[in-house]
Design a binder for this molecule. Structure first.
Ligand SMILES: [Zn+2]
Length: 143
């Protein structure tokens, strides 16, 4: 996510607006130019928002990567089929039903590095039934 630089910020304390450069806002000692109150929370909120966005995008990217790994043509997948992929188990089912080869799709996901931290402490069958947004939250906060 790109922010406008400088960014127009309203101080929560004195309610005055002013432009601050992104570099300024990254400093932990950044203060309101009017009242001197700390604006450190602005950067914190921006980072939190950025993280949310990454988590939001994660399931879609994960699904596309899975299709890619099996050379699956996206055209073959209907929109409703795509929308119904709520967890890895669903994804495995869609991939399996759309490829000719007898490759073990499940094995591929079990061996994925990105899932390793989750698979280390959970049964893979449970992980595969977790909502993808939950998996996203877990893998993204572990980075
Ligand atoms: Zn202020």
């Amino acid at each position: 996510m790109q922010y406008i630089d400088p960014l127009n910020i309203q101080c929560k304390h004195c309610k005055n607006f002013r432009n601050y450069s992104l570099i300024e806002l990254k400093k932990t000692n950044v203060c309101c130019k009017f009242c001197g109150e700390s604006l450190a929370y602005v950067n914190f909120e921006m980072e939190a928002k950025q993280k949310e966005l990454v988590i939001e995008m994660w399931p879609g990217n994960f699904i596309f990567d899975g299709f890619d790994a099996f050379d699956l043509d996206l055209e073959l997948i209907s929109e409703s089929e795509f929308d119904n992929i709520k967890n890895i188990s669903d994804l495995i089912e869609v991939i399996t039903s759309n490829i000719d080869s007898d490759k073990n799709v499940e094995d591929y996901f079990v061996s994925l590095n990105i899932l390793e931290p989750l698979l280390k402490c959970n049964n893979y069958k449970d992980v595969f039934l977790m909502d993808l947004s939950e998996v996203a939250r877990f893998t993204c906060t572990n980075e």
